[in-house]
Every structure is written in structure tokens, then in C-alpha cells.
Design a binder for this molecule. Structure first.
Ligand SMILES: Nc1ncnc2c1ncn2[C@@H]1O[C@H](COP(=O)(O)OP(=O)(O)O)[C@@H](O)[C@H]1O
Ligand SMILES: [Mg+2]
Length: 308
């Protein structure tokens, strides 16, 4: 069996301030998957990435990169990783070409201009190769960061909040590039607090809150397991209270009394929709319009984080 790209066992990080930023994290990430780490601000996402990449000292636990201990075999482990940090840190006066080439050299890789050219072309940066980084737009700077992270041909790419401050167009093109990398075998780990990004990109999702991983699940399973549907009934006339025969449905009556919402599990055969409609008719409640809504990953996320 191939080793996981990342294996984290019983990882704890307590900052000097006493804050427990990571609390007993256990996580395996398979080679070639896109894993999205979701969590509100301050949840511990950057701390977890920094710990795995060996940027901060951990308090306890084991981290292995493709089977290599991240401290005992630091150089091998770190060489397998490309990191696009949350904060854009580049040398403003350096050119795109130089900064990306230099980054490759830092990892002890021999020069390979053809490879650097390929990355820059892939990221639509080729015509900017001789520009100073300070002259580039924010979106281009972010792509330079990605180019730098890819310069030493890492097997694993970390992207910490890749969409922060990036407009919709660029975000979409970045997602395409990330998928292409994955298709070429790179393992991708991204953190985000844009739920839409995880919903769009991830094979698997981890949700972190207050330093604890509260859930790890295949995205599809997660959506199926926790995804609920809502039946929204717009009524002809105002209802002041829900009639007794309908009490069992946990209906939500809107403030103006003209809308009833029924939440049900669409995966269940007896989801209650047909009976509810019959009961409504018997109670003399007439519907003007009927709509359904599938709960999104966002709804699921808000519920989970709210509970923990
Ligand atoms: N160097 C540090 N020293 C002390 N506390 C820190 C440090 N860096 C981050 N924190 C705290 O650790 C928690 C997790 O932060 P972080 O990992 O940056 O969260 P996220 O990336 O999910 O927004 C936050 O409460 C943050 O204030
Ligand atoms: Mg962060």
C-alpha cells in the first residue's frame, strides 16, 4: 500500500501564550487527493499547515510526509512540500523569473529553465517574467507565490486561503489550475473559510473549530449524510397557528403567517412530504406555490460549528 502523503498523529500545539491552537489532531491525507480544511477564522488552520510544513514547533505528536518524519528527516520531508502561505511575502524588487528560479535553488534542485517556463506559462505569468513583483496586481502576486511553491516539483501542495482577496474570475481560473495539478498527481491541501471553494474543489473535507478536528468526511458522503431538503409552502391566506394534525411535522411558520417550511431527509423513502400535503388539504390550508431547497455545505458547516 502506498504511504499517505501526510500522516498526523496526536498533534498538539500550545502557543507560548498558553493558547491551545491544535488539540489532539489525527489526520491522514492520501496521495493525489484534494483535501479542504474548513474552519472559521482563528480555528487553527494556518497553525496546522505551519506545523506540518515544519515552520512552527509542535508541542506533541507525530507528523510524517510520505513516510518521512517531518523533523528527523526535515530536508527530505520539506522537499516534498510546496507551500503557498496565507500572507503574500515576496521580494518586491525581484523579477518574477528570478524569484521563482531562486526558490527552486533553495531546495537544492539543479537549474531547469524549461520547467520554470512551463510553470509560468501554466499560471499565465510568462509575459510578466521580467517584471518586478511590486508592479504586479494582487492576483498575479498570488500566482507568483504558487509558481514559487511549485518550483522545486513538490508532491504535495499546501494553499493557505488561496482565494483571500482574489476576485471571482481569478478564483475560477485558480481552481482550474489546482485541478490540473491534482490530475498530474499532486496532492493538494487547501484551507479556506469560503465554503463554496470546498464544495467546488474538495474530494474530502475536514472541519476544524477551536483547534479540534470535528469532522473528516468524503465531500459526497457529507453532503448526502447531512444534507437536508426544505419544502417551502407559500400559503394563500394567513395562518395564525399550525393546526394540530400538522404538529408532528416540526413546521416552521413565517412571521407573516403566509409561509410554512418543512425540513426533511431526502434520502429516506418515507420522507413525509406526501402525507404532509394530504394533511394540509384536510386542514383546509391552500398553497399558492411550492418550492424546495437543498441545504448547502454552508448550512451544514454553520450547524456543525455552532454545535461544537
Ligand atoms: N504566534 C502565535 N502566538 C500565539 N497565538 C497564535 C499565534 N498564531 C496564531 N495564534 C492563535 O492561534 C489560533 C489559531 O490561529 P490560526 O491557526 O491562524 O487560525 P486560522 O488560520 O484558522 O484562522 C488563533 O486563536 C490565533 O489567535
Ligand atoms: Mg489562517
Amino acid at each position: 500500500m502506498t504511504k499517505p502523503a501526510i500522516s498526523v498523529q496526536s498533534l498538539t500545539k500550545t502557543y507560548d501564550s498558553g493558547l491551545i491552537a491544535l488539540d489532539d489532531i489525527n489526520l491522514d491525507i492520501a496521495q493525489g487527493e484534494i483535501f479542504a480544511l474548513l474552519g472559521p477564522n482563528g480555528a487553527g488552520k494556518t497553525t496546522l499547515i505551519s506545523a506540518i510544513c515544519g515552520i512552527i514547533r509542535v508541542s506533541d505528536g507525530i507528523i510524517e510526509i510520505c513516510g518521512h518524519d517531518h523533523t528527523k528527516e526535515y530536508r527530505i520531508a520539506r522537499g516534498k512540500i510546496g507551500l503557498v502561505p496565507q500572507e503574500l511575502t515576496t521580494d518586491a524588487f525581484e523579477t518574477v523569473w528570478n524569484t521563482v528560479s531562486f526558490s527552486r535553488g533553495l531546495f537544492g534542485k539543479p537549474k531547469n529553465p524549461a520547467f520554470i517556463e512551463e510553470i509560468l506559462k501554466d499560471l499565465s505569468l510568462w509575459d510578466k517574467k521580467d517584471e518586478q513583483i511590486r508592479k504586479l496586481s494582487g492576483g498575479m502576486k498570488r500566482r507568483v507565490m504558487i509558481a514559487k511553491a511549485l518550483s522545486h516539483e513538490p508532491e504535495i501542495l499546501f494553499l493557505d486561503e488561496p482565494s483571500a482577496g482574489v476576485d471571482v474570475e481569478l478564483r475560477k481560473s485558480m481552481w482550474r489550475q489546482i485541478r490540473r495539478l491534482r490530475d498530474n498527481g499532486t496532492t493538494i491541501i487547501l484551507t479556506t473559510h469560503y465554503i463554496e471553494e470546498a464544495e467546488e474543489m474538495a474530494d474530502r473535507i475536514g472541519i476544524i473549530n477551536k483547534g479540534k478536528l470535528i469532522l473528516i468526511e468524503e465531500k459526497k458522503t457529507l453532503m448526502k449524510k447531512l444534507g437536508k431538503k426544505e419544502l417551502i409552502l407559500e400559503l394563500y391566506s394567513k395562518v395564525t397557528e399550525i393546526p394540530t394534525p400538522l404538529a408532528d411535522y416540526n413546521l416552521l411558520l413565517s412571521e407573516n403567517g403566509k409561509r410554512l417550511t418543512f425540513t426533511y431527509d431526502p434520502s429516506k423513502k418515507n420522507n413525509g412530504v406526501a402525507e404532509l400535503l394530504d394533511h394540509l388539504k384536510d386542514s383546509g390550508i391552500k398553497c399558492k406555490d411550492i418550492d424546495t431547497r437543498q441545504s448547502s455545505l454552508e448550512d451544514i458547516f454553520v450547524t456543525l460549528v455552532g454545535q461544537s
